[in-house]
Design a protein around this ligand. Structure first.
Ligand code: WT7
Length: 655
């Protein structure tokens, strides 16, 4: 069935003039080169795509596997590669960023000005004592300053850790603490969807929670001008810090393995993992995939709608496109403000040619367009578009078709890019001029990425049969370790039974005819809600930390038409099981509690109360059963080992 589907729906690769990877045979040739000489292939590209201060003499060093190193004796500077070298080659006047604020105001900044601003901030950081190797937490809205802050850290060899502006004070505190950051860069407020939301106040709250004694300076970008609390010993205005600093700053030349950033992401335990990336290998894949996957060329206007708080914003806003000297849009707001035509209007206004967004956004805009013709993409001139991209979660074929037809006018290939925070850049993705497309499939591995599907013991499974997604060979932009926890790095990603392969944490299947990959979803306790990764255990710990109310909680995901997955929490209260208005009131209280503990993105959509949770006689929560209950299925599984079958009925009721 799947096989026939693929055959009938294969859409030929786009006929693109001078595509970077122009044909299926060009793709096959690159794959063959990488297979014949993995090290030589990546080393050649590292020389082609990056400017090295000191050339490297060796590609991969696997002597301490799984702590792989790439290009280790080479030195470079990431911000030099993203800024200076373009100015030096005469592109100083080229627009780097087209920033559109929430209210529609547009600010353009060229490469020369972006470099100057980065240098001023880099000097300001140094003046406040930030040194190579120090960690700087960035808790900012989408802004030119956010990109500048990341680039300035890279320039002086400080390791940034961007925390998404939707995370709570508690989450921010945990990340500052884990990274032992010396500085936080934030804004007074962020402006999204016509609303002003606090940032600096949350930083103050996070620091007041304790454990952030390492932070000696908080730099504040003045975005809204709102009144904010001020600690004169610690807080500084970003513009004041920058104004007297020189507009040049010698880059700190770092070894290729120097940690460029740490980015926290959810895993299957309660504690988020600080994914640590290196400088050289990461930047190589950021630049390379920006060019090949999007066929990015000098005249393109690229727009990735992600936030810099997620890895997509790191790789496809701050680093990849800038490493290529491209022009890109940076957007402060949300897709539905002032109305759900905002994305289409911005594509039209800025003549965007490459557009990269998440299935969740597409699905919500489909709904909006179906109920309100004025925000339908056909009402806008989207003729500038030539390539579309999708990221973060599987794109269902119906959303794919709509995106293809109504946004891409039937002529733009869609690159469905599978990757992860840990992989640094695209792993499995079509290349627009080379790969025939199948809606719902991320198609084939990027050349040089040894993706495969195996069973629990690491043996290949035949095409057409599902299994565990692994990567068999190290690649330059892979995670280097978990910040401060090398043991967890090994056990999470290189479990002994998988023969040293990288474990992605997703299930996948390859089509019997085409060999195309389809991702079937996480195989661990990680949920994907609107393309945001959430650990079930994290949400459970947040719920049970509400000790006044909650005795026990279990969290599972269930399919949702718009958000992909939705969070469903099963809760046992300390008091009696509530019903009616009281149940709804407590459910609201618990949602707000989770928002306060983690952030609004972690709020459970469903909260179900029971006198107990379904457990085996040995006391294990039967999550598989809860997943069925969450979906509203009649339970057909064997419940003979279930201690207390009556609770299933209670938990099936929604509030
Ligand atoms: C998880 C990684 C990659 C940047 C954004 C998310 C899921 C990601 C796809 C895709 C199906 C996808 C996987 C993966 N995922 N892209 N194209 N098709 N699933 O990064 O937060 O690290 O999440 O997102 O489950 O493991 P992340």
């Amino acid at each position: 069935m799947r096989t026939n589907d693929a055959k009938t729906r294969l859409i030929p690769a786009a006929d693109i003039k001078e595509a970077h990877v122009p044909s299926t045979s060009a793709y096959n040739e690159l794959v063959a080169q990488a297979e014949a000489d993995h090290d030589g292939y990546w080393s050649r590209l590292a020389r082609e795509f990056l400017s090295w201060r000191t050339p490297f003499t060796q590609g991969l060093d696997d002597s301490q596997a799984p702590f792989f190193k790439w290009f280790e004796d080479g030195t470079l500077n990431v911000s030099y590669n993203c800024l200076d070298r373009h100015v030096e080659s005469g592109l100083g006047d080229k627009t780097a960023l087209i920033f559109e604020a929430d209210d529609g105001q547009v600010t353009r900044i060229n490469y020369r000005a972006l470099l100057e601003r980065t240098c001023r901030l880099a000097n300001a950081l140094k003046a406040r004592g930030v040194q190579k190797g120090d960690r700087v937490v960035i808790y900012m809205s989408m802004s030119i300053e956010g990109v500048v802050a990341m680039q300035a850290c890279a320039r002086i060899g400080a390791t940034h850790s961007v925390v998404f502006g939707g995370f709570s004070a508690q989450s921010l505190r945990d990340r500052i603490h884990d990274a032992a950051a010396v500085m936080v860069i934030t804004a007074d407020e962020q402006v999204r969807g016509g609303k002003q939301l606090p940032l600096k106040a949350i930083v103050d709250e996070a620091i007041a929670l304790g454990g952030c004694e390492s932070v000696t300076n908080v730099l504040v970008y003045q975005r809204s001008g709102a009144a904010i609390g001020w600690n004169a010993a610690r807080d500084r205005w970003l513009h004041e810090e920058m104004q007297d600093q020189p507009a040049t700053c010698e880059p700190e030349w770092v070894g290729a393995e120097h940690p460029l950033f740490v980015l926290y992401t959810s895993g299957s335990t309660g504690k988020p993992k600080g994914v640590q990336h290196a400088s050289g290998g990461y930047l190589l894949h950021a630049a390379l995939t920006s060019q090949w996957t999007f066929d990015l060329k000098p005249d393109d206007v690229f727009w990735c709608t992600a936030d810099i708080g997620w890895v997509t914003g790191h790789t496809y806003i701050t680093y990849g496109p800038l490493a290529l000297g491209a022009t890109e849009v940076v957007f402060e707001g949300v897709p539905t403000y002032p109305d759900a035509g905002r994305f289409w209007k911005m594509i039209q206004d800025h003549r965007v040619s490459i557009f990269y967004t998440a299935p969740t956004a597409i699905r919500s805009l489909i709904k909006a367009a179906e109920s309100n013709e004025t925000v339908h993409p056909r009402r806008y001139d989207l003729s500038s578009l030539r390539i579309l991209g999708s990221v973060g979660e599987p794109i269902n074929p119906a959303a794919w078709e709509w995106y293809h037809q109504h946004v891409g006018g039937g002529r733009c290939p869609i690159v469905d890019t599978f990757w992860q925070t840990e992989t640094g850049g695209h792993m499995i993705t079509p290349l627009p001029g080379a790969t025939p497309l199948v809606p719902g499939s991320c198609t084939l591995p990027f050349p040089g990425i040894a993706a495969a599907i195996v069973d629990e013991t690491g043996n290949d499974v035949p095409n057409g049969q599902g299994g565990i997604l692994v990567v068999k060979k190290p690649w330059p932009s892979m995670i280097r370790t978990i910040w401060g926890d090398p043991e967890r790095f090994k056990s999470s990603y290189f479990p002994a039974e998988l023969k040293g392969f990288y474990l992605a944490g997703d299930g996948a299947i390859r089509d019997a005819d085409t060999g195309y990959f389809t991702i079937t979803g996480r195989i661990d306790d990680v949920l994907n809600v609107s393309g945001h990764r959430m650990g079930t255990m994290e949400i459970e710990s947040a719920l049970v930390s509400c000790t006044a109310l909650v005795a026990e909680a279990a969290v599972v995901g269930r399919p949702d038409d718009t958000t992909g997955e939705a969070i469903c929490a099963f809760v046992v209260l300390k008091g009696a099981r509530p019903s009616g208005d009281e149940a709804r009131k407590i459910a609201t209280e618990l949602r707000n509690w989770v928002a306060k503990e983690i952030g609004p993105i972690a709020k459970p959509k469903d909260i179900r109360f029971g006198d107990n949770l379904p457990k085996t006689r040995s006391g294990k929560i039967m999550r598989r059963l809860l997943r069925s209950v969450a979906k509203g299925e009649t339970v057909t599984q064997d419940i003979s080992t279930l201690e207390n079958p009556a609770v299933l009925e209670q938990l099936a009721q929604s509030n």
